[in-house]
Design a protein. Structure first.
Length: 136
């Protein structure tokens, strides 16, 4: 910074959110998700699940940070939901044998879609009742 003062964590978080927002939200966010999950499906197996889980970790952490900043209702569901789905995917990738073989790219994709529907469904319900998309 110009003033010589260290940058506050809040300012760093805001800069990060502004930087990744174009690929994490809206139409480009949907395109990015479809592209990542398509590539993950093409790779298949543990490699595909690792890619899908990395994307879910990115999306989940973005939503957690975004919720802290602007309190959008869907982020209260998608942030922790996608982060947990990512952790489950990482566990499935790293677990030897077939103990978690039921959780592959298809499972991660379905989890991502279900969590998205739950998050935005809650947001629409809150907005219908309060007139605001944010939780205060």
């Amino acid at each position: 910074m110009l003033s010589g003062q260290p940058e506050s964590p809040r300012t760093r978080t805001e800069r990060y959110l502004r930087l990744v927002r174009p690929v994490a939200r809206g139409c480009w966010g949907i395109v990015a998700a479809v592209a990542v999950f398509s590539m993950a499906g093409a790779i298949g197996g543990r490699g595909g699940l690792a890619l899908a889980s990395s994307y879910l970790a990115f999306a989940g952490s973005y939503c957690l940070l975004n919720f802290r900043q602007c309190r959008e209702t869907h982020c209260a569901i998608t942030g922790p939901g996608w982060t947990i789905a990512a952790l489950l995917g990482c566990a499935a990738v790293l677990t030897p044998g077939s103990g978690l073989s039921w959780y592959r790219v298809t499972g991660a994709s379905l989890a991502a879609i279900a969590i998205c529907i739950l998050g935005y469904g809650l947001e629409w319900a809150v907005a219908a009742r309060t007139g605001s998309h944010a939780l205060r």
